[in-house]
Design a protein around this ligand. Structure first.
Ligand SMILES: Cc1cc2nc3c(=O)[nH]c(=O)nc-3n(C[C@H](O)[C@H](O)[C@H](O)COP(=O)(O)OP(=O)(O)OC[C@H]3O[C@@H](n4cnc5c(N)ncnc54)[C@H](O)[C@@H]3O)c2cc1C
Ligand code: SF4
Length: 322
């Protein structure tokens, strides 16, 4: 690990474009130990007043420092936004969730093994260096949203549920603003080192949830082992039916794309339709139309199809065996 300075922020005014924020440290410190990230200056935000979960309008304002464990266990989240609670509990381990924060979780870096190995070419780590994953081991890589410059997945669970809940990210800094989560993470294109709209010197202060959507909430995560592992495929679903038809459908996907993934065409197909296997197969066809595999991750295409159909059957009360 390289030398760095450490400063504990007393207010947001203490942030600077030259200092890297540290919150729970569960991702950043690992990357610093491997020298994948080598920030010369750290600013610790854990003493800022960003820890509460408060009502806002008909929804909720979740402070950026709320720990993943506390958020998953929060009674209002469990009652009104259970997809979020389930996604959080499907992520990492108990110890990690006790440290990990809402803001840090949104900002977590990819788990592409080439990104972690400084001997390998990686456009995300060293812009312009190339991408060792393309033509390499691609089992965990993206089938949606990739470019010829980067095929790494966004690895998190929480953000996938937040996408299905239409969450908004509150940003403070020189230009305070709110950004829909759908626009917060960037596609890699030819600049995979740029992962979010956050500028140097800016901080996530909160995540805003709109009014509870009601309906059935599901978070289905397929992974290599149950104790803890990143998603191979995950599906967050909020589905309501009325009079035998789907009245609300919000679906987001993890483990398969370069950012938390949502496809409005899939939801438009489902809304107003009667649940059926034929409908769900068509939804999967639409979702997978832009999918591209890189060899070893080909299995994610049928896996995502099956995970989506099984989740929709479950959420609409159909028998689970497809
Ligand atoms: C073994 C292991 C297994 C894991 N498994 C999973 C899993 O299954 N699912 C999952 O979703 N996650 C998983 N994680 C990732 C874990 O959830 C993240 O490490 C954690 O959420 C990061 O939060 P943190 O507060 O510790 O962030 P930090 O490590 O402190 O920071 C991470 C990044 O966010 C930035 N940052 C932090 N807070 C802010 C803020 N408020 N505003 C702007 N930038 C900020 C930091 O500068 C840094 O770049 C796993 C991690 C480990 C180590
Ligand atoms: S997939 Fe992205 S993160 Fe992985 S090596 Fe290629 S450029 Fe780097």
């Amino acid at each position: 690990m390289r030398e760095f300075t450490y400063h504990r922020a007393a207010s947001i005014a203490d942030l600077s474009p030259d200092a890297t924020i540290i919150a729970g440290g569960t991702n950043l410190l690992d990357l610093m130990k491997l020298e994948v990230m080598a920030p010369p200056a750290l600013v610790d935000i854990t003493h800022l007043d960003l820890g509460g979960v408060e009502p806002e309008g008909e929804g909720l304002r979740i402070g950026a420092l709320v720990r993943n464990s506390d958020l998953a266990a929060h009674p209002v989240i469990r009652r009104d936004y259970p997809v979020l609670s389930r996604a959080l509990l499907a992520g990492a381990s108990g110890q990690l969730r006790n440290m990990a924060t809402t803001g840090g979780n949104l900002m977590q870096r990819t788990r592409c093994p080439y990104f972690y190995d400084r001997r390998m070419a990686c456009n995300k780590r060293d812009p312009g260096a190339g991408c060792a994953a393309i033509g390499g081991v691609t089992r965990n890589h993206a089938i949606l949203g990739a470019s010829d410059h980067c095929i790494a997945t966004y690895p998190g669970d929480m953000a996938v549920a937040l996408m299905a809940l239409d969450a908004v990210v509150e940003i403070d800094g020189p230009t305070p603003r709110r950004v829909p989560l759908a626009d917060f993470h960037l596609l890699p294109g030819d600049t995979p080192h740029l992962e979010t709209v956050l500028e140097p010197g800016e901080i996530i202060t909160a995540v805003i949830l709109p009014a509870p959507p009601g309906g059935q909430h599901r978070y289905r995560k397929v992974r290599d082992r149950a104790s803890y592992a990143f998603a191979l495929v995950s599906v967050a679903a909020v589905i309501a039916t009325d009079g035998g038809r789907i009245s609300h459908a919000a679906l987001a996907f993890g483990g398969v794309a370069t950012k938390p993934w949502r496809d409005p065409e899939v939801e438009a197909l489902l809304k107003g339709s009667e649940p059926s296997d034929a409908l769900f197969r068509e939804a999967a066809d639409i979702l997978l139309r832009p999918a591209r595999d890189w060899g070893e991750n080909q299995f994610k295409i049928p896996l995502l199809r099956r995970a989506l159909i099984a989740t929709l059957r479950d959420a609409t009360g159909m028998e689970t065996a497809a």
